[in-house]
Design a protein. Structure first.
Length: 247
């Protein structure tokens, strides 16, 4: 009859974690690329999808990290976070609403308003809809009469999701734009908390674990705490594929 220790070692090896180097308990957040900002009187783009995961990572293999550009998906360790959708741009022909884009979580953006004044050569006055955040809806545009001298305000972007590991927001939507076109005052909507957290509308991946020493290389490495309670963060923001590599 085989020894129990031999059976346990074989089972551990079958999972790819080896017998001498234990796996690492890791927390990671994956964020898809963000939709466009609400330029002029266009709708704000939706925030990228946010996927927060806790899992064991092997110290015997490298892991590919994919960071998506604007509206594109990001991925890590078999999990993908979809990108947000661009908001609608100003339509100077038929006056359709410039709604905010949906988030990567498939939540709809806020509605826009567009006021057509006179013939096709006349100025437009409009407020773009707010981009959808990772949770909840983006705010709708507000156009107040009289439309020849009113106030035009883009909708606010939806609020993103808080990652419990660092308390930061990710996946917020963009605020909608507004343009009174000489027919009153205008102001763009506010971006939602967690909008564009990695810069240039791109997504990102952050991998975190607790260890007395750094266990991997890859991304921008930071840490908090000290000793055995040190928490390490590997932040990946370069668009394309890079790697988390065990030391």
């Amino acid at each position: 009859m085989p020894r129990l220790s031999t059976i346990g070692a074989a089972a551990t090896g079958a999972f790819g974690f080896g017998t001498l180097i234990p796996p690492v308990s890791a927390d990671y957040v994956i964020v898809g690329g963000t939709g466009n900002n609400g330029a002029d009187s266009g709708g704000g783009g939706g925030g990228g999808q946010v996927r927060a995961i806790s899992a064991l990572l092997s110290r015997l293999q490298s892991y590919a990290v994919v960071v998506g550009a604007a509206t594109n998906s990001s991925s890590f360790n078999g999990t993908t976070a979809a990108g947000g959708v661009n908001g609608q741009s100003t339509n100077t022909v038929d006056g359709t609403n410039t709604n905010g884009g949906a988030s990567g979580n498939s939540n709809a953006g806020g509605s826009g308003q567009e006021i057509y004044l006179g013939d096709y050569n006349s100025p437009w006055a409009s407020g773009g809809g707010g981009g959808q955040g990772a949770v909840g809806g983006g705010g709708s545009a507000v156009d107040s009469p009289p439309y020849t001298s009113g106030t035009y305000t883009g909708g606010n972007g939806g609020v993103g999701i808080t990652w419990a590991i660092n308390g930061s927001y990710y996946g917020g939507g963009a605020g909608g734009g507004a343009n009174a076109a000489g027919h009153g005052s205008s102001s763009a909507g506010s971006n939602g908390l967690g909008y564009n957290p990695f810069g240039s509308l791109k997504g990102g991946v952050i991998v975190s674990y607790v260890s007395a020493t750094q266990l991997y290389t890859g991304g921008t490495v930071t840490s908090t705490g000290s000793g055995a309670a040190t928490r390490w963060f590997h932040t990946f923001t370069t668009v394309g594929t890079t790697n988390l590599v065990p030391i």
